[in-house]
Design a protein around this ligand. Structure first.
Ligand SMILES: [Zn+2]
Length: 166
C-alpha cells in the first residue's frame, strides 16, 4: 500500500513537472537582467506589442528555435523593427544558418543598431538592439558567412516583414 501511494506521488509530481516544462517552453523565455526605467512606458509597450513580442523586445527574451515566423522565410523584402518600424535587414543578407532563427550576415546600416555585451546564461555574447526604440532584437556572432563573417541571430518576434513590390 505504501509503495502504491509512493508511486502515485512520484508519477503525480512527474506529471506536474513535465506539464510546467512543456507550457513553460511554449512561449519565449525572458532574459534575466532587465532594467526597467519607466514602468508606465513598459506597460504601454506591453499593450502595443502583445505578450510574446513584449517578452522579447522589452524583456530581452528569446523565442524558441524553429518556432518563429521568419526563420525559414525566403521572400524578397525588408525586415523592420516590430517596435518602431525602422528598416533593419534586407532579405538579400538573410541566409540559412541552421540555428532556427532568422540569420543575416549584415544589417542595412549598423548605425541603426546598438550593441551591448551580454554575460547572461554563463556566456559572453554581443546583444543587438534597435537604436531607435531600444527594443531587443537578438545577438551577433562571429561565425557567419563572407563577406562579413558575422551572424546576426534575430528573433522573428522582434521583426515585421515588408515584401518588395512585385
Ligand atoms: Zn525599433
Amino acid at each position: 500500500m505504501y509503495y502504491m501511494r509512493m508511486r502515485l506521488f512520484i508519477y503525480g509530481t512527474l506529471a506536474v513537472v513535465l506539464a510546467s516544462a512543456w507550457f513553460g517552453f511554449a512561449g519565449p523565455v525572458a532574459g534575466k537582467d532587465i532594467k526597467v526605467t519607466d514602468p508606465k512606458k513598459e506597460e504601454e509597450w506591453r499593450k502595443k506589442l502583445g505578450e510574446s513580442e513584449f517578452c522579447v523586445l522589452r524583456q530581452k527574451g528569446t523565442e524558441r528555435a524553429f518556432t518563429g515566423k521568419y526563420w525559414n522565410s525566403h521572400e524578397k523584402g525588408t525586415y523592420i523593427c516590430k517596435g518602431c518600424g525602422k528598416a533593419l535587414f534586407r532579405s538579400d543578407s538573410k541566409y540559412d544558418s541552421g540555428s532556427g532563427w532568422p540569420s543575416f550576415f549584415t544589417p542595412i546600416d549598423s548605425g541603426q543598431l546598438s550593441f551591448v555585451t551580454d554575460t547572461s546564461m554563463g556566456m559572453t555574447r554581443i546583444e543587438v538592439n534597435c537604436r531607435h526604440c531600444g527594443g531587443h532584437l537578438g545577438h551577433v556572432f562571429d561565425d557567419g558567412p563572407q563577406p562579413t563573417g558575422k551572424r546576426y541571430c534575430i528573433n522573428s518576434l522582434s521583426l515585421d516583414f515588408v515584401p518588395d513590390p512585385k
